[in-house]
Structures are given as C-alpha cells and as structure tokens.
Design a protein around this ligand. Structure first.
Ligand code: PLP
Length: 381
C-alpha cells in the first residue's frame, strides 16, 4: 500500500487548503480578527442551510448538536416522535427518554425510507407531539428520506416542529431550510463540511426559537438560548474550537465558490456512477432509496467481510465503512461525502474489482470502472 484513501461517512477527507490554514498559529477567540472571521462563517452557514435564520456553531460532535435541541426546546413529559430506520434514528428515539420526554417511535425496516402515510397516521394517534425527528440521510443504512415531503405532512397534520438530523445530508442532498418549512436542522463538521470532527451546527426557525423560550429542561453548556444571545454579536458563550472554525471558514468559502446546487449535483452524479459500477461488478445495493452521501452495498455470498476488508485496507489503502448492528459483515458502505470527485469513484471501483478477484468473486476486469465511466461520460455536467 502506497497511498491511503478514506471513503467513510465521517470523518471525511479534508481539503489541502483547509489543512494548511488550520496549521497556522492559533488566534484568540475574543479578538477583532476572530470576530470578523466568525461573522463570515455565520453568513456562509446560512447559505449552506439555505436559510435567513440563525445557524449556531457549537463545540461538540453532531450528537451534541442534537442533544442541545432536546434540552433547549422541550419540557419534561413532552411527546417527541422519532423515525427509527437505523443506528442514528435509534439514537433519536433513545435520547429524549433520558431527559424525561415521551418518545414515540416510527420504526422503519433498515434500508427502507419512512412513508408519508405511516407518519400521518402516527401524528393522528399522537396529536400532542411537540416535534418529529427525521434523519435525512440515515448513514448506517445509506438510505435517504424525502424530507421535503415529510415536512409538508408534519405541518399539515400537526403543530410539531420538524427537526432534521442533516448530519450526512447537508452538502450532499438538496436541502432548503426556509422553503421546506424546517424548524431545526443539525449537521457536524466531519461530514459534508470537510473539516475534522469537533463542531456541530444547529439551524433554528422562528417557531423553534419561540419554543426555546418556554422550555424548562435543565441545561447549561448546551443551552441554545445562551448560544443564540452570543451569536447575535457573532460570538460564542464558551471557548469555541477556534482552529476548527478557522478551517470551516475556508471550507465554506470553497462551498460558496462551487455553488451549493453544483455540489448537490456532484454528489448525485457520483452516487449514480458508483451504483452503476457496483451493479456491473455483480454486487447488489442494499437500500431501496440510497443516499447521495454514502452507498450501501451487500457483501456478496461466499465472501467473508473481514478478509475482504483486510485486503481492501492493507493492500489497496482503501478504508470503507462496515455494516452496523445486525448488518455487521452483511453490508459495507462507501462514502463520497464532501471532498470527492468522479475519479475518486473510479478509483474505489478499481480497488473493489481487484479485491473481489482476490477473494474468488469472478467478474470481468474493468467492468465496474467501465460502467461508472460510461455513466460519467454520457451525463456530462
Ligand atoms: C455521524 C452521524 C451522527 C453522529 O454524529 P457524531 O458527530 O458522531 O456525534 C448522527 N447522525 C448521522 C446521520 C450521522 O451520520
């Protein structure tokens, strides 16, 4: 192995110019220089989420961002609906319970997307629901949810806040916070934002901010009220992970230069090209509605995942993500979220072909690469 190549849905590869900027001497977070930088970050985050509403930057991982919304928006006994179609959805069912909320679970089979009818019926059965938590791209199964459609259903049938775990969707899937009537959306730094782990970003609608004022759950560090008051002065209540904010400033400027719509299109093209390549290798996709951020693949019968992964990693330097929970050893997931292009897709397919051949899975050499190239050539952007 000569080069390491990372294809995991968090952390994701960090662009060279972002790394270079983060390596410069640290600056103080209470300074005019930092304030100017953070003001620009805050503006560019609005662009990323397609909103005029505040997007708060917290020093924690994505899960901390979701926890901040639970403790800041609700009160003991509140009913919260959460869609559980994988490891992350499961987390959003468990988390509210810890804080004394009533969690109502909408269980979805792994690899399937939640349906509008299912959600509507659940909302009718739980008319006091204060929020619905949706996972836009369920990373554990590589499955996308139609957030725009479900947000409409939620608003039509309830007064619940539409809360979106956008942690692997932001920067890969079309997402329009204001236009789609989203109330809360969380993402993390080590996903589509292309910087190392350590920051979470939380967008809040006016309705969510109103609910925040009425919340009685205990909170201190994760109090979004404090974060919002500081945000209004382009400041943070506590010491922020300044190096990461410096990194995200560069990353957001890259995003603006490319254009968010072009970024969504790039992810869609990479996903389609990879899917064609996967099928041409005689492999099966796992999900009914695969994500544009991460492609889930069924481990073919007769292949032992552990030895397959070992060859892929040690011989070809490729790190992909394995299956989680019941799907350990049954599926694997190839991420193309953030700093990836079409040639990265060709590369991972080439490595898969070589590894499959070494594991005794017969396929025509070049078949996967050819199918992806055909897709990319016939669908030039
Ligand atoms: C990565 C991820 C999370 C968890 O974020 P952490 O940063 O690990 O806390 C939550 N939801 C989804 C969909 C994710 O992909």
């Amino acid at each position: 192995m000569f080069k390491k190549r990372l294809y995991t849905p968090g952390p994701t590869p960090v662009p060279e110019d972002v790394m270079m900027r983060m390596a410069e001497p640290i600056i103080h977070h209470r300074s005019a220089e930092f304030n100017e930088l953070f003001t620009r970050v805050n503006e560019n985050l609005k662009y990323l989420f397609q909103t005029k509403q505040p997007v708060l930057t917290l020093t924690c991982s994505g899960t901390g961002g979701v926890e901040s919304t639970i403790v800041s928006l609700f009160s003991p006994g509140d009913v919260v609906v959460a869609v559980n179609g994988g490891k992350f959805g499961e987390r959003w069912v468990e988390m509210p319970k810890v804080f004394g909320l009533k969690s109502v679970e909408l269980k979805v089979e792994w690899g399937k997307a939640p349906g509008a009818d299912q959600l509507r019926d659940l909302l009718h059965a739980n008319p006091t629901a204060k929020a619905v938590y949706l996972t836009h791209s369920e990373t554990s199964t590589g499955t996308a949810t139609d957030v725009r459609l479900l947000a409409e259903v939620i608003h039509r049938h309830s007064d619940a806040l539409v809360c979106v775990d956008g942690i692997t969707a932001i920067g890969a899937h079309e997402f329009r916070f204001d236009e789609w009537g989203i109330d809360v959306c969380v993402t993390g730094s080590q996903k589509g934002l292309m910087i190392p782990p350590g920051l979470a970003f939380v967008a809040l609608s006016a309705k969510a901010i109103g609910r925040m004022r009425a919340s009685t759950l205990p909170k201190f560090y994760f109090d979004l009220g404090k974060a919002l008051a500081a945000y209004e002065k382009n400041d943070t209540p506590w010491t922020p992970a300044a190096s990461l904010i410096i990194g995200v400033d560069v990353a957001l400027q890259k995003i603006r230069r490319e254009g968010i719509e072009n970024i969504w299109r790039r992810h869609e093209r990479m996903a389609y090209g990879l899917r064609d390549g996967i099928r041409a290798l005689g492999l099966k996709l796992f999900s009914d509605q695969p994500s544009f951020a991460v492609t889930p693949v069924v481990v073919p019968s007769g292949i032992e995942w552990k030895s397959f992964n070992k060859i892929l990693k040690l011989k070809y330097g490729i790190t992909v993500a394995g299956g989680q929970g019941d799907y350990t050893g049954k599926i694997f997931r190839i991420s193309h979220l953030g700093y990836y292009d079409e040639l990265d897709i060709v590369t991972v397919l080439a490595a898969l072909e070589r590894t499959l051949a070494e594991c005794g899975h017969t396929c025509e050499p070049g078949a996967g690469v050819q199918a992806a190239q055909k897709y990319f050539i016939s669908h030039q952007g």
